[in-house]
Structure formats: C-alpha cells, structure tokens
Design a protein around this ligand. Structure first.
Ligand code: TTP
Length: 366
C-alpha cells in the first residue's frame, strides 16, 4: 500500500498565488485607489457579483462571489471597478515569464496561480526558498504587484503554504517538518474538503490531519468512498501528483560536469551509475505520460569537444532502463577520442502517449 515520505524521491515544489489579483492590478493602474476599499466586479444595481476585492474591503466581510449589493451593505464606501480580463491576461503572462527564468516545469491553475517544480533548478544554489523569494522580488520590482509563495515537497503542502502568510508572504514546509506540519493542520485546509465534508468529519471527531491519521484506510473508504485513500495519504503529507505542464517533452536527459577530469574509461564507469540513477528517477515522474523510443549519451572531453551517440530501443516491450546498455554506448562514444572527460550525460527520446496516432482520427464522414 502507501509507502512513507522518506522512500520517495524528494521534489521541490513552489505554489505561487498573486494577492487579490484583479483588484491589485486595478489599484496599480490607478494608485489613488490604494488606501480605499476596492472590489472588482459587477455593479450593485445590476445584480452584479464580486470577482475579488482588496484586503481593505475584506476587513468588512466582503469576498469573492458575493453579490455586489450585499457587499455594498457591508461596506458602504466600497468602490466598484469593472473587470478588464484582457489586462489581467497580459499581466499573468508577464508573471509566467518570470517563472520561466527558473524552470519550464510550470502548471498554471488560473491567471494568478501556478505550481512550479524547481527540483532540477540550479539557480540560487538549488534552494527552492531562495528561488521563491527571488520570484516574489522580481514580481514586485518589475510588475509592481505582490504574490505569495508556498514551498514544500509536494503540491498539496505547497498550496497550503502559499496561503499561510498571505498577503505578500512566504511559508516553507521543509521535508523534515512535514510530519509536524500536517499533524496540527485543520482538515478544512485540504483541497477538496468543503463545508459539507468538514462538517461530517467534525461529527466523527476529526478536526486535524492528526485526527485523520488514526483512521485506517478501510474505515476512511467506508466513510468517504473513493476519496478515502487520498485522504489517508494527504493526512500524512503524501501527494505524488506531478506538476503537469502543457509542453510536450521530446526528450529527457541528465548530465554532470566533474570538478576533476575523468582520466579513463574506468573512471567513467565509476561515475555512470549516479547519472543513470538520476535519469531513471526523473523518468519515473513522467512515465505515465511518455514512452521511451531511444537512449543516448553525451561525452564532453577536457578540450570542450563533444560527441553524442544514440540508439533506438528495438521493441517497446524492452526496458530501456539498462545500465549496461548505456555503458556500452558511453564506451563507444568515448573511444571516438579516448581523451580525459569533463562532462557525461545520459538521456532518452520520448513519445507522448496521449498523442493521437496518425490515421486514427475519425473523419467527419465516418
Ligand atoms: P483567488 O486566487 O481565489 O483570489 P485573489 O487573487 O482575489 O485573492 P487572494 O489569493 O489574495 O485571496 O482568485 C484569483 C482571481 O480570480 C481573482 O483576483 C478574481 C478571480 N475570481 C473570480 O473571478 N471569481 C471568484 O469567485 C474567485 C474566487 C476569483
């Protein structure tokens, strides 16, 4: 059944959420609104609804999806601004351009919210916390807006974390803190636990994820159906969902530059397993979306010349994860020059499993 967090490959996930997004953009465009209570949405006398409001308005109990008429009752000096979606889309792209400076593993959830997988990112010494801070700073300086960020080993906790110090905040759940963090986490913070489920849980004496942890998988399934297993995992801070990008990958590779050149093939043989291990692990995260069609290696010599060699995996049923096969390719590539080596790489070419097979589409006349 479920394994523990420790046995899983550690990921670094950042969840970014802009603060009162539409309202903040409008206030930026018209700074005279800055210290006022502002709502973006329909007009109160036309049965309009509020899309969002700034934090000044929230103090009065105004919130998203509330009727504008009700909002005006709660906050009589509330200023209404008509939404300008085109503008928000443009700003959203500008925010995403900043994310792109760090990773292409970006999953936008809406105009103002996205998950980033920065596990492979080498900037900021690979520190997801520093990356999140830099992103927040760049958004502030370049776009004059604030975003909140959550950093954690998975999507569930990163999203909870971005809300923790909102607005203009950062919260980090380090891998070693996951157990402590989830233990006291109210179940209402779990994405998917709405008012009804939360009330049902309260009736069963479940207020926190710690309370949930006492329940067996079977009992959770009995009470919450197909959601039971997910609850069982989330209560323990386990969430393996990958960050899903729109981009279709053509290949996946990993490489390493050595501080000291590798003098001969036996030195290469010694270093190869670690690269192979990393490649296998990274493929594991996307294996449900892609099939491997080819394997390849890259060898960069001390004089910066480089060579690559690749081969087709003869049959889809043949496992590509074979270290001896990669070593055989590596040896053939190295023997082209037989010189000291500064960098080794291994990779695979991919086929998107969701890609329609040519000729498979139905014609209108079928
Ligand atoms: P949210 O991220 O839910 O909220 P927010 O950005 O307004 O504020 P915060 O995250 O600081 O609490 O929504 C993002 C944008 O989506 C929001 O600015 C407006 C829009 N929106 C609607 O149009 N209708 C809604 O019901 C909600 C919740 C949001």
């Amino acid at each position: 059944m479920s394994t523990t967090t420790e046995s899983r490959a550690l990921r670094k996930i950042i969840h970014i959420d802009a603060d009162s997004f539409y309202a903040s953009v409008e206030i930026r465009e018209n700074p005279s609104l800055a210290d006022k209570a502002v709502a973006v949405g329909g007009s109160p006398n036309k049965r309009g609804v509020i899309a969002t409001c700034n934090y000044n308005a929230r103090k009065f109990g105004v919130h998203s999806a509330m009727s504008s008429a009700r909002a005006l009752q709660l906050c009589p000096h509330l200023i209404f601004v008509k939404p300008r979606f085109e503008l928000y889309r443009t700003v959203s792209h500008q925010i995403q351009d900043i994310f792109q400076e760090y990773t292409d593993q970006i999953e936008p959830l809406s105009l103002d919210e996205a998950y980033l997988d920065v596990t492979e990112c080498r900037q900021c010494q690979g520190s997801a916390t520093l990356i999140a801070e830099e992103i927040r700073q760049k958004v502030r300086e370049r776009l004059n807006l604030t975003v909140s960020a959550g950093v954690a080993p998975n999507k569930f906790l990163a999203k909870v974390a971005s809300d923790w110090n909102k607005p203009d905040g950062l919260y980090v759940v380090r891998p070693q803190d996951v157990g402590r963090f989830v233990f006291q986490l109210p179940v209402s913070k779990i994405n998917g636990v709405g008012k009804v489920t939360a009330a049902k849980m309260e009736g069963l004496g479940i207020l926190t994820c710690g309370d949930l942890q006492v329940w067996t998988l079977a009992d959770l399934a009995l009470n919450f159906g197909s959601y039971g297993e997910r609850l069982y995992n989330l209560a323990r801070g386990i969430d393996d969902r990958p960050v899903k990008t729109d981009r279709i990958r053509k290949s996946l590779s990993t490489e390493h530059t050595y501080d000291k050149d590798l003098a001969d093939f036996s030195a290469i043989e010694e270093k190869a397993p670690a690269i192979f291990e990393e490649l296998t692990q990274r493929y594991g995260r996307i294996s449900d979306q892609y099939r491997v069609t080819k394997r390849f290696v890259k060898v960069k010599f001390a004089d910066f010349t480089q060579t690559t060699l690749e081969e087709i995996i003869p049959s889809p049923s043949e496992p590509w994860q074979s270290l001896p096969d990669f070593l055989r390719l590596m040896k053939a590539a190295w023997e082209r020059q037989s010189k000291p080596v500064r960098l080794l790489g291994m990779g695979v070419r991919l086929k998107d499993l969701n890609e329609p097979v040519v000729g498979e589409q139905l014609s209108l006349f079928d």
